[in-house]
Design a protein around this ligand. Structure first.
Ligand SMILES: [Zn+2]
Length: 450
């Protein structure tokens, strides 16, 4: 005899948290009917539930956009328990269908991902968890490996091992892994993907790389891996500001953002790029590779000190993140302003700092502008000692963008388009407020509600 009302039990967790194994175990003692969305053909095309460990049970494939078919099957059969796998792939109509099934006195056991690999809500799983009678939070093993073995912290996130084209990309071990809070940021991008930055670098045709430089760059890793701090309401967020190039309004954005946040009563500490104290900077514009090397080394060291210091009791805003410093140097190598020998020296120096133990920005504000705006702004705002041609800015933009393409999977980035005519932080009140609003919105998404 059927109950008046069935119950809903939901298990969610990252990939590799034994969700399907758990579902299969629920099928052991009662006449059950199992469903899964037809998008999922990772292990088999047969209509079965198949766990990562290889256990199998028969299942009905349902078009992910037609969860109603699930109800049609249930009401025409003799079933005491309904099993649903991969709830994340269905749309919200699944909720209604599940309500119908429960109302008819049948228990439903459902499992799926709560979050996709970008840690965004994935399908109706969260809503199902809220209405469930029982929720089980599955955890997997973190894929991060220390020298002496795997990380032992429970993994609650799925990370992507390769760039994917959208949320609904089905994949298994080749594409996804599981990570704990601390290591998600370190794992959520592949080594290959980091290495593919050279393909993403769309240099102007007139810029030619020597064969030697090209070979070197093919193996060069761009810097991404600083350590993200755990979110806590009791600490203040760290914001860093970068841009396509110099002269697009970074420093102004830093000032304006600082003022706007202060005017809202928030404690703020701003850390500017310390170019005024760099004894090598003026010389470096006279096209001496050695002077550029010295100047870039000075910036790397200074930036390390600034980041190390940070701010404890205020929102901290850093003008120019160290990876952008690295991109400056790289631009000089690509344009032949810095010799390969000097750049290697620089890269070795840069990586000799213990960046991996410095906190990454909680949010990176990144200013971007069209090539025309970049050039127009560059010409307008030159410091007296700067003698630079257009290519310098265009190449710098390409390098920074190549870096950003690999970084936006690791960091929370706020991209701010800059336009000389109608969007000027320095003068427009509206623009100032928009900038602050965008950053505050990102911080709120991350958990800081000011
Ligand atoms: Zn871990």
């Amino acid at each position: 005899m059927r109950k008046k009302r069935g119950k809903l039990v939901v298990r969610h967790g990252p990939m590799w948290s034994d969700k399907t194994t758990w579902l299969i175990a629920q099928m052991a003692d009662l006449p059950s009917l199992a469903f899964k969305p037809s998008i999922d053909n990772r292990y088999t095309d047969k209509a079965v539930l198949r766990s990562h460990t290889g256990a199998e049970e028969e299942a009905v494939l349902v078009d992910k956009h037609k969860p109603k078919l699930l109800w049609d099957k249930v009401k025409s059969g003799r079933v005491d328990r309904v099993i649903i796998d991969e709830t994340n792939f269905f749309d919200d109509r699944l909720i209604k269908v599940i309500n119908k099934i429960i109302s008819s006195g049948i228990d439903v056991f459902a499992a799926g991902l709560l979050l996709d690999s970008d840690r965004k809500e994935f399908g109706p799983t969260k809503k199902l968890s809220r209405m469930a009678d029982e929720v089980i939070e599955g955890r997997a093993r973190c894929d991060f490996r220390y020298a002496n073995g795997f990380c032992l912290s429970p993994a609650k996130y799925t990370f992507a091992k390769a760039k994917k084209s959208g949320q609904l990309v089905v994949g298994a071990a080749d594409l996804y892994g599981a990570a704990c809070e601390e290591h998600y940021h370190l794992l959520h991008v592949t080594k290959e993907k980091n290495g593919q930055w050279l393909n993403r670098l769309r240099l102007p045709k007139r810029v030619k790389l020597t064969a030697e430089v090209k070979t070197y760059l093919t193996n060069l890793k761009l810097p991404y891996l600083r350590r993200p701090l755990k979110f806590s309401e009791s600490r203040f967020p760290r914001i860093e500001v970068g841009a396509d190039t110099m002269r697009v309004g970074k420093t102004t954005a830093v000032k304006v953002l600082g003022q706007e946040l202060k005017s809202r009563g928030l404690p703020v500490k701003v850390s500017f790029e310390d170019w005024r104290h760099n004894p090598h900077l003026t010389k470096s514009y006279k096209d001496s590779s050695l002077a550029i090397l010295n100047s870039q080394k000075w910036f790397a060291k200074r930036k390390y000190e600034q980041l190390h210091l940070g701010a404890k009791k205020a929102i901290w805003i850093q003008d120019v993140h160290p990876e952008m410093d690295f991109c400056y140097a790289l631009t000089n190598l690509i344009l032949g302003r810095m010799t390969l020998k000097h750049f290697k020296d620089y890269a070795e120096y840069f990586y000799s700092f213990d960046w991996a133990h410095l906190p990454a920005a909680d949010a990176l504000l990144y200013l971007t502008a069209s090539d025309e705006v970049v050039i127009a702004r560059a010409k307008k705002n030159l410091r007296p000692f700067e003698t630079i041609e257009n290519d310098y800015f265009i190449v710098m933009k390409r390098v920074n963008q190549a870096w950003l393409a690999g970084t936006k999977y690791l960091l929370d980035v706020v991209v701010m388009p800059v336009n000389t005519d109608n969007f000027n932080f320095a003068t427009s009140k509206g623009a100032k407020q928009k900038l602050a609003k965008k950053v505050l919105k990102k911080l709120a998404e991350l958990g800081w509600r000011y």
